[in-house]
Design a binder for this molecule. Structure first.
Ligand SMILES: *Cc1c(COP(=O)(O)O)cnc(C)c1O
Length: 370
């Protein structure tokens, strides 16, 4: 099954000049490459029909289970163009494993890890020209799985589809990394004990959109969610994990408690920081501890992390009562920025990768559709 061969149907490629115009300023999530991957699954046949197809609309039956009960999961990873022109991925095997953790919770089928990685690599080979080479630019890959059985009964679907689409991504911060203010959401939660908080599923995002809108109305870029039981123990942001830095160089990050997503950026930063000799504490941490630490000077930096923005420095935490804490001139912090530089350096191939995180997929000087 894992030796499933991909059939390739070539798309009419976007003319070079148009593609290059997009790559000059891609933004995030606006444009898509010429191709996509699709692999089908059914209870009877298992995974089958692995295809590289022209990018385009899907035929989905109106009774398809995903449209009614939200049985959907996704992943997010990036491909980077190194200075020599070769294309690499960063820890794609970790995304493959996490997809299966999510699949298990959402009662979707597991996808063999080798098939996930092979599918990513297929798409990168056929759409290699879409991996940008500008500073801090990358190709964002969005693997996802949907339940796709035409049946309105409520049970796990017996048919599913796994797809990968790809979208060129510009530098997240243009004109330098800017710290953001975040909004503390108390009444609205994204996850609760025993829920789907640790799965990367669309439903978690759906529940975060209203609080995100409220955050935006209060001048905040992101929402910080707390454990819905205590309303004080920090979980994470809507799509990023949180780190707090103490003046003595210790990093504190909420433990993976079943409510939060086990971020690959998070786990990479833990390894990087420990390799530098920093102490990293994965444990419960409260808003109260954070506020008191900032007030007495023992907490000096904080940042959010995830694949899309890598590291986003946090300036302030704001809630219904007003500003809860503010790093002022201290943001972005020194350790925040140096970890960001090292991790992006590893990803883009300008800093050595002692961890074996980076895998070359398309060699230098390979043409398109190699
Ligand atoms: C994807 C995601 C993250 C970040 O994970 P990375 O693997 O670092 O990109 C954090 N929180 C949530 C809720 C997510 O969906």
């Amino acid at each position: 099954m894992t030796a499933l061969a991909f059939t390739r149907t070539e798309a009419d490629r976007l003319p070079t000049a148009e593609r290059e115009a997009i790559l000059a300023d891609p933004g995030f999530g606006n444009h898509f490459t010429d191709h996509m991957v699709s692999i089908s699954w059914s209870v009877d046949a298992g995974w089958h029909d692995a295809e590289v197809l022209p990018y385009g609309p899907l035929q989905v039956d109106p009774a398809s289970s995903v449209l009614h009960y939200g049985q959907e999961i996704f992943e997010g990873l990036k491909a980077y163009r190194r200075p020599d022109g070769s294309i690499v991925t960063f820890r794609a095997d970790a995304n493959a494993r996490r997809l299966n953790t999510s699949a298990d919770r959402l009662a979707l089928p597991e996808l063999p890890e080798e098939l996930f990685v092979a599918a990513v690599n297929e798409l990168l080979h056929v759409d290699a020209d879409w991996v940008p080479s500008g500073e801090d630019q990358s190709l964002y890959l969005r693997p996802f799985m949907i339940a796709d059985e035409s049946f309105l009964g409520v049970r796990a679907a017996q048919k599913a589809r796994f797809l990968i689409i790809a979208s060129p991504a510009g530098a997240y911060f243009t004109g330098g990394v800017k710290p953001v203010s975040i909004w503390l959401s108390k009444d609205l939660a994204r996850a609760g004990r025993g829920g789907t908080g640790a799965a990367k599923c669309g439903g978690n995002y759906a529940s975060s959109l209203l609080p995100t809108r409220i955050a935006a109305a209060n001048g905040c870029a992101q929402v910080l969610f707390t454990d819905s039981a205590t309303e004080d123990t920090i979980d994470e942001l809507g799509g990023m994990n949180l780190f707090i830095v103490r003046a003595d160089g210790t990093l504190i990050t909420p433990r993976t408690n079943g409510n939060i997503l086990d971020g690959i950026t998070r786990s990479s930063l833990i390894r990087l920081a420990e390799a530098r000799g920093h102490r990293v504490e994965e444990r419960d941490v409260t808003v109260r501890e954070w506020r008191e630490g900032v007030a007495d000077g023992s907490i000096t930096e904080a940042f959010a992390c995830g694949t899309a923005a890598v590291i986003t420095p946090i300036q302030a935490l704001i809630g219904e009562e007003g500003t809860l804490l503010d790093f002022g001139a201290g943001a972005p912090g020194e350790l925040t920025m140096s970890l960001r530089e090292e991790l992006t350096g590893i990803q883009f191939g300008t800093v050595a990768d002692p961890f074996g995180w980076v895998t070359e997929v398309v060699p230098a000087n390979a043409g398109a559709a190699a």
